[in-house]
Design a protein around this ligand. Structure first.
Ligand SMILES: [Zn+2]
Length: 501
């Protein structure tokens, strides 16, 4: 076991497998899409897919697979046995080595079929069998109208997040919100006749808007891919690679007065892709390379934070004070005092009558009611805070139990870096938050450097060290198994890998 100084060493003890970038005579690409929707699970709105693109250049062969599912293992329908099984079978049937298989989950919350592994293998097999010579072009687009950072900075210095699991913090406590990454990374593969074979696009946003029917859906990225494929035509396949979406939500996620509908958001994303992808010039740049590493990151120990949150939980419960009102009397009074201005309880002339007679009946009634309303609202705010604490405390306890049961103080993560022509792509198995992606891109050497989270496994959220100071306040800092120093180790390793591509 490593001591605390050993962390740095351990974090850099990487088992690496690499395939050197090559400048080759030409690149081959083949694509396929297989429907993985579980139509037995309930009404379906639109299909979920496992899509694959298999690329070959000289002796390098790799596959990028995108799956409309919440995660590759860890949570949801796809089990932890999925990736090793798919890797093994894909290697045997297509020659794509296990470390050269990139499987990215879109993170939509649709329900996939129980035999999703078989269907995914089928997609890679079909793609490998359909390879044709291609030209490759790389570019980027922007979209900032469909997403929002879901972490709100509060005046207290803490942060709260936008979830359906609990209420928003009160408006008068909100001081700001975090960043989004508007960049859409684009790779276009053209057949030699100039038609588009595939578009791979990388963007960061939780695809969790939902559809009016409430049916199974690939959500906004399903609609975006459909718009791209139908518009470009010619049997083009659009493959969505989820980015650093850990703290990025669709913009209308918590609306209560608008029907939740992913389709317009997806169409807008698709249009932004189309606008830029048509401008890309493809080239005979057939560089293809891949490096895969196992990186050890420090595991979180939440023992102390759990105690602190339990103290907060009990302090909040004790702060609930008595009030004469019940919900049934509170709601009509709230409306009456909201619209009644200075004279909520009766006609103005009756207030004047009181005044002329030096009586204070209505004045006293209003004072009492306003005091009770304020007290009831205070209690509601405490209740809302308790729901946030309860939810996030449950997440911390779950991960602490895993920490106690774990054999190691480290979490092994798969880190894969790819070179495809002018583009460099790095992947990570957790829900990286937007700032991480922005930082990596800002420090990367290559202009077209893209980051894909949710790939080749699932280790929950991966927020910044700064966001982790907020432990227990939001999902990203509570549904997390990494210790704060993970960010330093991860970025160092990624930037080192990017330079080698
Ligand atoms: Zn998520």
């Amino acid at each position: 076991m490593c001591n605390r100084w050993g962390w740095l060493v351990c974090a850099l003890c990487l088992a690496a497998t690499s395939t050197s970038p090559l400048v080759a005579a030409g690149m081959l690409a083949g694509t396929a899409a297989v429907d993985i929707t579980d139509y037995e699970s309930g009404p379906s709105n639109d299909p979920l897919y496992a899509k694959a693109i298999v690329l070959t250049s000289d002796d390098v062969r790799l596959a990028i697979v995108t799956v409309d599912a919440v995660a590759i293992g860890g949570i949801g329908r796809i089990g932890d046995d999925f990736l090793p099984l798919v890797q093994k079978r894909v290697e045997a049937e297509t020659g794509v080595a296990p470390h050269s298989l990139i499987v990215n989950a879109s993170h939509c919350h649709g329900v996939v079929r129980a035999d999703v592994a078989e269907l995914t293998i089928e997609a890679v097999k079909q793609a490998a069998a359909a390879q044709v010579p291609v030209l490759v072009g790389v570019g980027a687009a922007e979209e900032d109208g469909i997403q929002v950072n879901r972490r709100l900075r509060l005046k207290s210095g803490r942060e709260a997040d936008i979830r359906h699991a609990y209420a928003m913090p009160p408006n008068d406590e909100v001081a700001g919100l975090g960043p989004v990454d508007p960049e859409i990374g684009l790779i276009r593969f053209d057949r030699l006749d100039g038609s588009v074979l595939a578009v791979v696009y990388n963007f960061a946003c939780h695809p969790i808007q939902g559809v009016p029917s409430g049916g199974n859906t690939a959500d906004l990225v399903g609609f975006a891919s459909k718009a791209i494929e139908e518009s470009l035509g010619g049997g083009c396949t659009a493959l969505f690679l989820q980015g650093c979406a850990g703290d990025i939500n669709p913009v209308n996620y918590k609306q209560t007065n608008v029907v939740r509908d992913a389709e317009p958001l997806g169409n807008r994303l698709g249009l932004s892709v189309l606008k830029a992808v048509r401008e890309i010039t493809t080239k005979a740049d057939s560089r293809l390379g891949l490096r895969a590493k196992t990186l050890q990151l420090p595991r979180a120990d939440y023992a102390q934070q759990i105690i602190e949150l339990e103290i907060l939980q009990s302090r909040l419960a004790r702060s609930l004070s008595g009030t004469s009102l019940s919900f049934d009397t509170f709601v009509p009074l709230l409306v009456k005092y909201g619209v009644g201005g200075e004279f909520p309880s009766d006609y103005r002339h009756l207030y004047l009558r009181d005044e002329l007679a030096s009586k204070k009946g209505l004045e006293n009634l209003d004072r009492e009611n306003r005091k009770n309303l304020a007290q009831y609202i205070d209690n509601i705010r405490v209740m809302e805070e308790i729901t946030r604490v309860n939810t996030n405390l449950a997440l911390l306890k779950k991960h602490q139990a895993e920490h106690v049961a774990a054999q190691s103080r480290f979490v092994d993560v798969n880190l894969t870096t790819l070179r495809i022509a002018e583009c460099v792509l790095t992947t990570f198995p957790g829900e990286l938050t937007a700032q991480i992606g922005l930082d990596i891109k800002a420090q990367a050497r290559d202009e077209f450097t893209f980051v894909a989270g949710y790939t080749n496994g699932y280790i929950y959220y991966a927020p910044t060290t700064e966001q982790m100071l907020n432990v227990g306040g939001a999902q990203e800092d509570s549904d997390c198994i990494l210790a704060p120093r993970w960010e330093e180790f991860y970025k160092e390793a990624v930037l080192e890998e990017l330079l080698k591509m």
